[in-house]
Every structure is written in C-alpha cells, then in structure tokens.
Design a protein around this ligand. Structure first.
Ligand SMILES: Cc1ncc(COP(=O)(O)O)c(C=O)c1O
Length: 359
C-alpha cells in the first residue's frame, strides 16, 4: 500500500490503519449519515469523538484530573506567546533552556512579554548536546522554566524528564510526545503540535496543571487565554474537528500497538539502526553527543558536502522523501510513530549503497 517513506520533520506519516479508517468513514461516520467534516462541534456525534479522544490521551499519558487537556489551534508557534501571556502572573522573568532553533524561536516571542533568562545553553558546541538538568541554573523567581524535550532541528533529546523543584516546568514536546512513557506530573504545562506524532496539522494539544489558570496578563486576548479555553472545554471557538478526530484514531492505533512502552522500543530500534550505520560510515556524519541523540530526528551531513544534491536525488529515486534538513543543516531523517521499521531499514540500505558508490 505504502509507496514512499516520508522522513519529513512534519507533517509526518500517519499509520496505514488510520488512513484506511479515515477512508472507510469519510462519508459516513459510525452510521451517522455524516462525514466528520460536516458535523457541528456542538452535536452529540462530535461530542463523542471529542470525549473519546481526550480519554484516550489521558489514558496513554496517565494524565490526572489535576490537569486540563486542551485541543487548540495555532501550532507550536502560538504557544511561544501563550505560555508567557498565561503563566507570568505578577512575575517579570522566565527561564529558558536553549538547545537550538526551536528554543530560540520560543525565546524570541517570550521577549515580547518578559525578561528571558537563559538557564542553560548548548550554543558553545553548536547545539550538539542537551545541557543536563542538574546543570541548569534556575532563577527561583522565574515564572517558569521552558525547555524543548526534543529539538527537531538539532536532533538533541532529553531522555529523562527534568526534576527542577518548585519553579513550574514547561515543555515543548512537539516532536517526542507519545514516543515513550513520560511523567506528566513533573510538568506544569506540556504543549505539542499534532502533525508529527499525534495526527495532522491544525491541532495543538496543551496539557496544563489546573493551578496555573488565572495568571494571564491583563491584556491577553480572550482567544489566547487558557482559562477561556478550559472554561469552554476547548470550544471557545470552533475547534479543528477533523484534526481532533484523526488524533483519536492515532491514539487508538498507539494503544492497539502496545502503547507508549512499545512506541519507545520501536524508536530505539529504528534510531539505533541509523546511528549504528552513521557511526561506521566514513561518508555520513552525525555530530550530536551520543547520550543526547534524538530517537526521532537524526540530522547528518556528508564528509563531502558537494555530494548532497546527488544524495538527495538518490534517496528520492528510491522513494525516500524529505531528507533534506532545513536551514544549513545538511540532511535529517525524522521518524515519528507511524514510521515502520522497514522505513528505517530502507534508509540505511540506500545510504549504504550511496556510500559504496561514492566513498
Ligand atoms: C519542537 C518544535 N516546536 C514547535 C514547532 C512549531 O510548530 P508549528 O509549525 O505547528 O507552529 C515545531 C515545528 O516543527 C517543532 O519542531
């Protein structure tokens, strides 16, 4: 069925079973006579989809009742502003851990609202490692500490949840949510755009400790206020109904395929295959510190950069799509939950063949 493997950093692949179910239900969801795309978000049919999706997310991530789960829009980018707007309260400063492109973007927006303090950074080594939480210098007066649990561009991942004490911990988990079991309760807030591991573009999931509500800056637009969204069960405005439906299907697929523990094993297996090859190669290079390597996004370069275009063409001719990195990052293989092991195996065999021809 699958014709290509998509290594894009997002939108990523969806499981075949999910695509098949969407296909089957597209005209008529559960004998309702309607497509999900036509349903009122206030109707009983969509209420069922919504509550099943939330329950599945809560169950997989073991989210307790002390947290709200919000299904919003605006992507990871809007959270770069919503987080400071809603969490600063009477504080004027927030701490950020800088691990590269995405933390820099988050900081850029936060600076509109507060003083941004860098609690730790890996800039000294071109973002090729994750500063360990024990080394973070946290300002006890910070409104929160923000970190990116897996930096999509740098290919750097925090493999354990930081335990930072009293200051609220905020995570951008856009690229590794649902890729392994996590301890939600160590976080005050988690956000993730859906188009990588949760489903399709349009949906942003926010998991937010209820205690944090009510601290929004006075000029926060209602549409950007978590309290409004929580009070209206994510229906302050019309939610992205189809994306929420797809997320529900993806969550069911994860559950049926062994849950987060199994997803964790799959990511380890797939990424180890690629890293083992990279480490033995004389042509391909990954510069991330071994213990901080991402299981999801693997950036790499070629010893001879002049071969890059030829390599990309070779991968595309072999049905491997979107391996070019963004910015000046050479190549990158992104493997989200729906990437089958066969995709990682094919990538390695294509790289090996290219190396034989060009090394
Ligand atoms: C770690 C991370 N955070 C935030 C974003 C931004 O998400 P969006 O494009 O949905 O705004 C991305 C997108 O790739 C990302 O990888």
């Amino acid at each position: 069925m699958r014709k290509v493997y998509n290594f894009s950093p997002g939108p990523g692949m969806l499981p075949d079973e999910v695509l098949a179910q969407i296909h089957e239900e597209i005209f008529d969801w559960r004998h309702s006579g309607m497509s999900v795309m036509e349903m009122s978000h206030r109707g009983k049919e969509f209420a069922t989809i919504f509550s099943e999706t939330e329950a599945a997310l809560r169950s997989l991530l073991r989210i307790s009742d002390t947290y709200h789960v919000l299904f919003l829009q605006g992507g990871g980018h809007l959270q770069f502003s919503m987080v400071p707007l809603n969490l600063l309260g009477d504080k004027t400063t927030a701490d950020y851990v800088s691990t590269g492109y995405w933390s820099e973007r988050a900081m850029e927006d936060a600076r509109q609202y507060c003083a941004v303090r860098i609690a730790a950074t890996s800039e000294d080594k071109s973002y090729t490692y994750a500063p360990q939480p024990g080394e973070w210098s946290i300002n006890p007066d910070a409104a929160y500490v923000h970190y990116v649990s897996n930096d999509t561009a740098a290919g750097v991942e925090f493999h354990c949840t930081p335990d930072i004490g009293a200051v609220p911990l905020v995570a951008d988990m856009s690229t590794n949510i649902l890729s392994k079991p996590i301890n939600v309760s160590k976080h005050a807030l988690i956000y993730a755009c859906a188009q990588k591991n949760i489903g399709i573009a349009g949906l942003t999931v926010i998991i937010l400790c209820k205690d944090l509500l009510g601290k929004a800056l006075p000029f926060t637009p209602r549409m950007l206020n978590y309290k409004e969204h929580a009070a209206n069960s994510s229906m302050f405005n019309t939610p992205c109904t189809f994306a929420i439906y797809v997320a529900g299907l993806v969550l069911d697929w994860i559950e049926k395929n062994g849950g987060l523990a199994e997803m964790g094993k799959r990511h380890l297996r797939m990424s180890s295959l690629v890293y083992d090859f990279l480490d033995r190669s004389s042509l391909f290079i990954n510069q991330v510190r071994r213990c901080d390597r991402s299981r999801i996004n693997i950036p790499f370069t070629l010893a001879d950069p002049a071969l890059e275009d030829r390599f990309i063409k070779f991968t595309e001719d072999n049905s491997l799509k979107h391996l070019r990195g963004n910015l000046a990052l050479g190549m990158r293989a992104s493997m989200y939950n729906a990437m089958p092991l066969a995709g990682a195996e094919k990538l390695v065999s294509v790289m090996r063949e290219f190396e034989r021809a060009h090394a």
